[in-house]
Ligand binder design. Sequence first.
Ligand SMILES: CCCCCCCCCC/C=C\CCCCCCCCCC(=O)SCCNC(=O)CCNC(=O)[C@H](O)C(C)(C)COP(=O)(O)OP(=O)(O)OC[C@H]1O[C@@H](n2cnc3c(N)ncnc32)[C@H](O)[C@@H]1OP(=O)(O)O
Ligand SMILES: Cc1cc2nc3c(=O)[nH]c(=O)nc-3n(C[C@H](O)[C@H](O)[C@H](O)COP(=O)(O)OP(=O)(O)OC[C@H]3O[C@@H](n4cnc5c(N)ncnc54)[C@H](O)[C@@H]3O)c2cc1C
Length: 615
Amino acid sequence: MGGRVNEDLIKERRKCTFDIKELTHIIDCGEENTIKRKQIDNYILNIKELWDDVPEEYLSHKERYENAIKKAFIVLKVLRQLHTGNIQITDHRTPTNVYSIQDGIFRNVNPLLIHIGLFWSTIAAQASTEQQAEWLQPDSSMIGTYVQTELGHGSFIRGIETTATYDSTTDEFILHTPRLSAYKWWPGGLGNTANACLVMAQLYINGTCHGLHIFLAQIRDFDTHKPLPGIKVGEIGPKMGFNTADNGFLGFDNHRIPRTNMLMKNVQVLRDGTYVKPKHDKLTYGSMLLTRVTLISDLAYQLSKAATIAVRYSAVRRQSPIKSNEPERQILDFVSQQHKLFITIASSHVYRVVGLWMWNSHKRVTADIHEGNMGQLPELHALACCLKAISSRDASALVEQCRLACGGHGYMMASNLPQIYAYTTAAVTYEGEYTVLLLQTARYLVKFWRLAAEHKPLPQNFAYFEDYIKKNFEQWRNSPEGIIEGFKAIVAGKTKAAYDTLQCNLRNGREFEEAWNMASVQLTNASEYSTISRNDIEALQSRYEELLALIRPNAVGLVDAFDIRDEVLCSTLGAYDGRVYERMMEEASKSPLNEDVVNESFHKYIRPVTMKNKL
Ligand SMILES: CCCCCCCCCC/C=C\CCCCCCCCCC(=O)SCCNC(=O)CCNC(=O)[C@H](O)C(C)(C)COP(=O)(O)OP(=O)(O)OC[C@H]1O[C@@H](n2cnc3c(N)ncnc32)[C@H](O)[C@@H]1OP(=O)(O)O
Ligand SMILES: Cc1cc2nc3c(=O)[nH]c(=O)nc-3n(C[C@H](O)[C@H](O)[C@H](O)COP(=O)(O)OP(=O)(O)OC[C@H]3O[C@@H](n4cnc5c(N)ncnc54)[C@H](O)[C@@H]3O)c2cc1C
C-alpha cells in the first residue's frame, strides 16, 4: 500500500537519540548477520505464490490447511536450495534464520514445524551415525513428526502406554496401542502431512520393560500417502490457535518395524535381544531439553512483534487530552500506557539474551555429554525448565497486555495480536506444562537446600544458600548488584519455606511424594523474602517512573530496531508507515460479508420477521 508515513511516526523517529541500526546489529549478534538475514528475507518474501488474496481467517479449516501446506512445500524447496547454495540457514537459533519470517508467510503455523524443528533434530541428536547416514538424506521421502503425548498422558511421560516389543525371531519391534488412552494425540503435522514419525514407546524385551525409547516408524505409503496396514491416523480438529499445524492422533495395531529403527546413538538393542543401557537414563528426553532452550528465543521474538505493533499504534493513536484545553494526545504519552509497553520491549531483550546464553550453554553441555561427562545435565535441565516456563507465561501475559493496550482495535484479527497471543499461550502448555516444569526446578533447588540445611559442602552456584542461613546477606542496595543479591535472597527464602513445609509434612507422617504435593504451591510460587524496605520500594518506584520518561522519546526507535518487516508483522496497527485507519478500512473491505450490498439472509430470515405485518 502506497502513501505517506504518518506524521506522528515521522516526528517520533526524528526524536530518537540513538543509532537504530546499531541496536539492530546487536540484536542480530553482528552486522554480518543482519545483512544475511535481510538477504534471506528479501529472497523468500518476494516469492509471489506465498501471498494470499483472501485473508487466512476467511478460509475454512480444510482450506487453511491446504493453503498452508502449499506454502510449506514452497518454503521447504527454497530452504533446500538455499542450503545447497551454502548460506547458513539451518541453525535457526542464531539470528541468521528463516524461522521468524514464517510467521508472516503462514499467519499461523507452518505444518512442517515439527518435521524441521523436532523430527530432524531428534534424529541428528539421538540416532547412530549409520542411522543418520540413512535417514538424513537431503532428498529423503520422509516427512516426519515427533509423537510422544497420548490421549491419557502428556506431562507424566513414564505413564505412556504405547509398547514396542522386541521379536527376536524376526528381528523386529511390534508397536502397539493397547487401549484408547494410549492413542497418540497432539503431534504437529501428524493429521494429514507426515508419512513417518518418531514414536516414544515403552520398550519390552523378553517380558522386561526397559522404559521409554524412541522409534522411527513409517505410517503412510510414500507414494499413495495412504495409511499403512495396522495404522489408524487422523487430525484432532480445530484449536484455539495452531490451526494450520494439522495436529493428529495415531494408533498402532501390532505394527512391525525393523529392530534397526530404534534410535541407537545412546542406547542399543542387539540382534539377540541384549539391552545396552544408556550412560544417563534421561538422554532419551534430550529433544525436550533442546526445544525448551530454543523456545526462549522464539518467545522473545514474539514479544518483539507484539511490542512493535502496540508501540507504533500508540504513537499514531490519539485519544483524550491530558489537560482539558489541549488537543488530544498520542496514547503513548500516558505513563500507564508506557508502563504496559516498555516492559514488553525490555522483556523481549531479556529473553533474547537469556535464550542465546542458554543456547550456548546447551552446546557446551552437549559437547561434554559426547565426551561422557553428564555432570552439567541436571543444572541445564533445571534452568531450561524454569526459563521455558516463565518465558512462555510472561510472553503470553505481555502479548495480551499489548493487545489490551490497543483498545478495541487490538481485538481485530487484522491487528495480528490475537494470533500472536494464541501462539504464545500454547507454549505455556506444550513441551512441558508450566507448573510441571517449575516443579522440576523446585526439585533441583530443594536438593541443594537440603545440603545447605545439613551444613554439607555446596557447589559455588549455591553458596548463597549458606549466606542466607548465616544471615550474610547485605542490606538492599539500589543497584544492579543489589538487585541480583535481592533475587538470591528471594530464591533462598522461598526454597527454605518450601523445604520447611516439606519437612513438617514428613514429620507428620506423610510419605515424601504426598508431602511434596502438599508443598507444591509454595514450591512454585515466589514469596517476598528480601532485605528490601518500604523506603527502598518508594525509591525504586520513582526511579522507574523517571526511566519511563527517559525511554519515551526512543520508544518508536526501540521497536524499529527489532527490524521486523510489515509482511511478517501482518498488522494493520503496527505497519512501519503508521497508516492505521487506511489499512483497517482496506482490510474490512476484504470481508466476504461486504461482497453483497444486501446479504441473502435478509430475504430469508430478517425481512419475513421485520416486515411481517406490513406485507
Ligand atoms: C520459513 C521457514 C520455516 C522453517 C520452519 C522451521 C522451524 C524451525 C524450528 C523451530 C524450532 C523450535 C520452535 C519451537 C516450536 C516448537 C513447537 C513444539 C510443539 C510441542 C511439541 C511437544 O509438546 S512434544 C511433547 C513434550 N512433552 C513434554 O514436555 C512432557 C513433560 N514431561 C516431562 O518432560 C517429564 O515427564 C518430567 C520432566 C515432567 C518428569 O519426568 P519423569 O517423571 O520421568 O522424571 P522425574 O520427575 O522422576 O525425574 C527423574 C530425574 O530425571 C530428571 N529429568 C527429567 N527430565 C529430564 C531431561 N529432559 N533432561 C535431563 N534430566 C531430566 C529429573 O530432574 C530427575 O532428576 P533427579 O532429581 O536427579 O532424579
Ligand atoms: C499446540 C500444541 C502442540 C503440541 N504438539 C505436540 C507434539 O508435536 N508432539 C507431542 O508429543 N505432543 C504435543 N503436544 C502435547 C503437549 O506436549 C502436552 O499437552 C503437554 O505436555 C501437557 O500435557 P497434558 O496436556 O497431558 O496436560 P496434563 O499433564 O494433563 O496437565 C493438566 C493439569 O494438571 C497439572 N499437573 C499434571 N501433572 C502434575 C504434577 N505432577 N504436579 C502438579 N500439577 C500437575 C498441570 O499443571 C495442568 O494444570 C502439543 C500440545 C499443544 C497444546
